[in-house]
Design a binder for this molecule. Structure first.
Ligand code: PMP
Length: 436
């Protein structure tokens, strides 16, 4: 029997378990912009958990909505049956989604939203009599969760390496992270033409074999890689020309993160499907969703099977507690004007980040909305070590940041105040100064 405080039983995800368990960092409570640790230290959350707590922690209205729902209707079967909040939340999501994206399919996570969108894409083409469209196209340095479809279209070698052979018929567009775009605020100037690589894949395989292209409008997990000006427009143009579906994975960029409901709004490009999760419930209850176009939905509604249109779903698709959390979260975003607030704060956030440009080892700073990245020169022969040391030091100084490779990434709750921005800047300056 393990003692209650024995750390050995829990196999932690995406964690160097041996290292963590030797020196654990435990969070025990949270409120607003802050976490508290088991040693009763306050930690300023500059990452909104894992890019998800957009309205800040433990917001009373969301907590109460969850508590009320779990006492009133804890669970309802997701198939052949409904409950009012699933319909209400779907309507609310459709209302804030870009025009034409009107139909919501619930999942429990971003990874499941990705799998669902990829499956809808293949089934859609079959429903339209184009069953030869089975190929999927992702992008280098893309992150689309950890299930088989997601790691196949994703472009992170460590997430793929030992799990092959993966989903067949997948290609990757080049990533858009170009050195000549270093130090850019917002969208960079160079690289729109990288979208033209899609024409090469069309010429290589034939448009009639390609189902969908999936990209993150801003790649988050691989280090905040922004779309060059004109790039997403070009992808939209080429996909439309060839009858290929375009999926925006907005698991990070959704719900105000870039100063609009979705990055699709910010960049003025409407895909055929959006995947979302995280900020959908402010991180409280696991939930994801695919928001699909009427064109896609109609293909299933008009298909031959009247009893069931899409053989896909989860026990917890649109579970009442998650829907209650989602509704209270959307209320909070609206009532507090958090998406507009993000827009207003973007410049001050960028000023703080770019103010760190002169720190030793900093080789790039980039930002959009309330997302920011500081890229460090990798340590000779020890890539990732420098940034990970920054993460450890920052945590010791009461600041939560994230790192990926040698990139520090931040995405604070959208309720952030100037004093927090200043504190993040000061703490990071100290941390970077002390690094080797
Ligand atoms: N897609 C993107 C763009 C993400 O950033 C993430 C999570 N960071 C996912 C999918 C996977 O979401 P989840 O961890 O909820 O499965």
């Amino acid at each position: 029997m393990n003692a209650p405080n024995d750390l050995s039983a829990f196999w932690m995800p995406f964690t160097a378990n041996r290292q963590f368990k030797a020196a654990p960092r435990m969070l025990t409570s949270a409120e607003g912009m802050f976490y508290r640790t088991d040693t009763d230290r306050e930690v300023l959350d500059a990452t909104a958990g894992l890019w998800c707590v957009n309205a800040g922690h433990c917001r009373p209205k969301i907590v109460e909505a969850v508590q009320r729902q779990v006492a009133e209707l804890d669970y309802a079967p997701a198939f052949q049956m409904g409950h009012p909040k699933a319909f209400e939340l779907a309507s609310r999501l459709a209302a804030i989604a870009p025009e034409g994206l009107d139909h919501v399919f619930y999942t429990n996570s971003g990874s499941e939203a990705v799998e669902t969108a990829l499956k809808i894409a293949l089934a859609y083409h079959k429903a339209k009599g184009q069953g030869g469209r089975t190929r999927l196209i992702g992008r280098e340095r893309g992150y689309h969760g950890v299930n088989f479809g997601g790691i196949s279209v994703g472009g992170i070698v460590n997430n793929r390496r030992v799990f092959g052979p993966l989903v067949p018929g997948v290609d990757h567009l080049p990533h858009t992270h170009l050195p000549q775009n270093a130090w850019t605020r917002g969208q960079p100037e160079h690289g729109a033409d990288l979208a033209d690589d899609l024409e090469r894949l069309v010429a290589l395989h034939g448009a009639e074999t390609i189902a969908a292209v999936i990209v993150e409008p801003v790649a988050g997990s691989t280090g905040v890689l922004l779309p060059p000006k004109g790039y997403l427009e070009r992808l939209r143009e080429i996909t439309r020309k060839h009858g290929i579906l375009l999926i925006f994975d907005e698991v990070i960029t959704g719900f105000g993160r870039v100063g609009a409901p979705f990055a699709a709004d910010r960049f003025g490009v409407t895909p055929d499907m959006i995947t979302c999760a995280k900020g959908l419930t402010n991180g409280t209850i696991p939930m994801g969703a695919v928001i699909a176009s009427s064109e896609i939905h109609d293909a299933f509604m008009n298909g031959p099977d009247h009893l069931i249109e899409l053989f896909h779903g989860y026990t917890y698709s649109g579970t009442p507690v998650a829907c209650a959390a989602g509704l209270a979260t959307l209320d909070t975003y609206r009532d507090e004007g958090l998406f507009e607030r993000t827009q207003e704060l973007e410049d001050r956030w960028a000023d703080m980040l770019h103010g760190l440009r002169d720190c030793r080892n900093v080789i790039d700073v980039r930002n959009i909305g309330l997302i920011g990245a500081i890229e460090l020169q990798p340590m000779e022969g020890q890539p990732t070590k420098r940034a990970f040391q920054a993460f450890l030091d920052a945590f010791e100084k009461g600041l939560m940041i994230r790192t990926t490779g040698d990139i520090i990434a931040m995405s604070p709750p959208l309720i952030i105040e100037q004093e927090h921005i200043d504190r993040i800047g000061e703490t990071l300056r100290g941390v970077l100064k002390a690094l080797d």
